[in-house]
Design a protein around this ligand. Structure first.
Ligand code: GDG
Length: 504
């Protein structure tokens, strides 16, 4: 089959519709890594991006997107959602059920049946949009946990397409996934895709273990990052493709004179102190309160660090109307106040806190200026902040503390200082250790991480997924770094039945 066009489907379109001061709609293009990587492929192959426009739809929206599409070189097709749909499908099932459960926070789940029914209905809406805006020879690539059922609906509607699905967040272990009331339906839906992609080996392993529990006839075969799964007379592929960043873009930006100057200004204010940086969306998975506790413990347990380290936390507003997130923000602000109240001295405030989104240049300047980065999520699919920090570390004297529970840990384990984010004394000890680490050791570690991040960048990720999806083969796509997972988790042998020797 000659696959000519690519159709990308994600919850949100890569451009937001916003009202300007006069109350007129305007289109603001997205600037994230995914859009940067996808845009040239969509332009060259010809393609379409389908997603929620942030509105209920309408002719005005269609016109605006049509003129934007002309400029972008590919088409944007909106799916309109009503306020009820946004509430139950997006805030409800996606963010109160799948997000917490897949990040191992089962006690935070709100398993309302209404949420589930609306999720399935809205996924049908997306599938109808795919049927309408794509042709038989197109490759349809569906993204993330909001849209796990789209492939299933396409089959139900008799729409034949070659499909791939990529999960940006973790896939939970069996014991946790079991709690999902609609567990078999979700697994069945995922098995309707021709290729299901995960961030890491561990996520793919969890997925396969869940399949085997509910469908005993499932068999997984293959030796590489992609394995072939057979079930009920049919086959599909499951693989892991760790998402990367546009390394060159970050590295080039960090070298800009304007960024260098800004980084110097940030550093000058605390010239004789080490700056430790944290950058996160406001979310309970990111472990910000635990991180603040670790900073407090570091100053308490190692008094020589008092006055010598500054912790800067950038917190990007997110889901601000949800009470749980409001409470989290309050907790973080209370901790910042407590630590500063206890340890501040004239000319020294140990924690700097920013609750806003920085411009890309500012963010890169902070990355460049920071002597250390504390990236300590309690669970994370990958974590791009860790990779961006390394890409911007021009002098290679930076230290990355990375949570064992971030997907990025498997790739960066040889350069980062891996920490358990729940172990605040352990993180404090690591900070103390890094404070005295010599430059040679720092350079060696940073170089290892930069080499991996440069090689396995966002373009590699895109190529790998599409080649695996287009070819339906198991091995004919760019190779991945091989990482020994068993050693990483100190588990001895990894228990699994698919035969896989190249693990990440
Ligand atoms: C999901 C998964 C997976 C942050 N602060 C500012 C800012 N950012 C940008 C960073 C980075 C992005 O936001 C955050 O990406 P993460 O990967 O860290 O986290 P999630 O948003 O949770 O993403 C995650 C990812 O999908 C991709 O598959 O890695 O595991 O949860 O790019 O640069 N950008 C700007 N100002 C800020 O203040 N401009």
């Amino acid at each position: 089959m000659d696959l000519t066009r690519l159709v990308v489907v994600s919850n949100r379109l890569p451009a937001a519709l916003k009202k300007d001061e006069q109350g007129d709609w305007k289109v603001v293009p997205g600037a994230g890594g995914l859009v940067t990587a996808m845009a040239p492929v969509l332009r060259d192959r010809g393609g379409t991006w389908i997603g929620w426009s942030g509105t209920a739809g309408g002719a005005e929206v269609m016109d605006l997107l049509a003129s934007f599409s002309k400029e972008a070189g590919y088409e944007l097709k909106p799916v309109g959602l009503t306020a009820e749909e946004v509430n139950d499908f997006y805030f409800g099932f996606s963010n109160e059920v799948v997000w917490p459960l897949f990040h191992d926070f089962q006690s935070r789940c709100n398993f309302k049946p209404r949420y589930w029914h609306r999720y399935v209905d809205v996924n049908r809406k997306f599938a109808e949009a795919v049927a309408k805006w794509s042709g038989e020879n197109d490759y349809v690539w569906i993204h993330d946990y909001h849209l796990m059922h789209v492939g299933w609906w396409l089959k139900e509607m008799g729409v034949t397409r070659r499909t791939g699905f990529y999960l940006h967040i973790p896939f939970p272990p069996v014991d946790i996934f079991l709690k999902m009331p609609w567990r078999t339906k979700i697994l069945q839906a995922l098995m309707e895709y021709d290729l299901v992609g995960f961030q890491t080996y561990r996520d793919r392993r969890n997925f396969i273990q869940c399949l085997k529990l509910f469908f005993p006839d499932v068999k997984a075969k293959g030796r590489g990052p992609v394995v072939r799964i057979t079930h009920d007379g049919g086959t599909f592929n499951a693989g892991y493709f760790s998402i990367g960043i546009d390394y060159k873009q970050f590295n080039d930006m960090a070298r800009r004179p304007s960024v260098k100057k800004l980084a110097q200004t940030i550093k000058e204010a605390d010239d004789d102190r080490m700056i430790i940086l944290g950058v996160d969306r406001l979310d309970y998975t990111k472990g910000v309160p635990q991180r603040l506790e670790a900073v407090r413990t570091a100053i308490e347990n190692y008094p020589e660090l008092h006055g010598k380290i500054i912790f800067t936390q950038v917190l990007v507003p997110s889901r601000e109307k949800v009470p749980e997130y409001v409470a989290l923000k309050e907790e973080i602000e209370r901790l910042v106040g407590e630590i500063n109240g206890k340890f501040s001295q004239p000319g020294y405030t140990p924690v700097q806190y920013m609750y806003r989104s920085l411009s890309r240049e500012e963010l890169v300047a902070y990355y460049r200026a920071a002597d250390m980065a504390l990236v300590t999520p309690l669970r994370d699919g990958m974590n791009l902040v860790a990779k961006e920090y390394c890409a911007c570390n021009i002098n290679r004297k930076g230290v990355l503390f990375l949570s064992e529970f971030a997907g990025a840990a498997a790739q960066l384990q040889n350069g980062a200082l891996l920490v358990n984010p729940y172990d605040v004394e352990g993180v404090a000890k690591a900070i103390h250790h890094a404070y005295y680490m010599d430059d040679k050791d720092k350079r060696l570690r940073m170089r290892k991480m930069q080499d991996i991040i440069r090689k396995y960048d966002i373009f590699w990720w895109l190529d790998s997924f599409l080649q695996a999806g287009f070819s339906r083969g198991l091995g004919d796509f760019p190779p991945q770094e091989s990482v020994d997972y068993a050693a990483f988790f100190e588990m001895g042998e990894v228990e699994e039945s698919e035969d896989d020797s190249s693990r990440m």
